[in-house]
Ligand binder design. Structure first.
Ligand code: 2AM
Ligand code: CA
Length: 269
């Protein structure tokens, strides 16, 4: 994608994500319809659906040839990443949105022929926009993110992971995961994959591990992390399949390598 096209799409995506976030903030205390999807704790609300429809309408009017993959299914039935494809999670961290009215994000990624060109993650209630264009680094609002340029060691790092990793589960040996938590300086669970990716790009989390994410949860975050020199793979260290559900491990390159070698490879069931 050439620079002029990249800038044109970026400017629109930024305008729309800020506008969508403003609408959510305005309506944050209105009554909402809450339903569930794959399991009783996998929530969806009228706000998720309306926000996705807002992006669909804007994209199809402004860029009729672009395709959309959206969590709530209003977009296109996309089978390949040929052409320009938007991958959107209208609300990432829906449980936080419902229960806490904070700690959720809108995630927007734009891929061109399979290459991540633009990543935007908007922490709606904090009014903090994480953004990246391919080849130009990543920003939190106007601040360029650069903490991943410094070396990192696990003993002084904070790692994001869901507490279910530490309970009996089918993917990893929980005892080894408990050792990881004890070895790191601290662990955190924020409940929004997009925000956890943004925090890795910012350098306030040195790593984030999760068992199962869909393209809309990781598409923008991977671009942000890549732009600051971070690494994203599945928990076996293999490349992410962009159109499938994957386990995901993203982080500072030093921490990614250490956790993979010293913990994840041994923990695999
Ligand atoms: P969501 O809020 O957009 O559904 C919660 O730990 C994180 O995992 C959120 O980013 C959530 O995204 C994501 N997630 C992915 N699949 C999920 C599922 N089946 N149930 C709940 N959260 C899921
Ligand atoms: Ca969502």
């Amino acid at each position: 994608m050439n620079k002029i096209t990249q800038d044109k799409i970026y400017n629109k995506a930024k305008e729309w994500i800020l506008e969508a976030g403003k609408t959510i903030r305005t309506k944050i205390n209105d009554p909402i319809e809450i339903g569930s999807k794959s399991n009783p704790n996998d929530l969806v609300t009228s706000m998720d659906k309306n926000t996705e429809k807002y992006f669909l309408e804007k994209i199809k009017t402004t860029f009729p040839e672009h395709l959309l993959i959206g969590e709530e299914g209003f977009g296109d039935d996309v089978k390949t990443l040929d052409g320009t494809v938007w991958i959107i999670d209208p609300i990432d961290g829906t449980m936080n949105f419902v229960q806490q009215k904070r700690n959720f994000a809108i995630s927007v990624a734009i891929y061109y022929n399979g290459v991540g060109e633009i990543g935007l993650i908007y922490n709606v209630m904090e009014d903090e926009l994480y953004s990246a264009k391919r080849g130009e680094g990543a920003y939190k609002n106007d601040l360029k993110l650069s903490r991943l340029a410094q070396p990192a060691i696990l003993e002084e790092s904070v790692i994001g992971l869901n507490h279910l990793w530490l309970c009996e589960n089918r993917l990893v040996n929980e005892k080894i995961m408990q050792e990881l938590v004890k070895t790191a300086r601290g662990s955190r669970t924020y409940g929004s994959a997009a925000l956890e990716f943004a925090f890795v790009a910012e350098g306030v989390l040195e790593g984030y591990l999760t068992m199962g994410l869909s393209p809309w949860d990781f598409a923008a975050g991977m671009i942000l992390v890549h732009e600051v020199g971070g690494v994203t793979t599945n928990i076996a260290g293999e490349p992410i399949k962009m159109l499938e559900r994957n386990s995901v491990f993203t982080g500072h390159p030093d921490i990614h390598q250490r956790i993979l070698n010293d913990f994840l490879i041994k923990a695999k069931k």
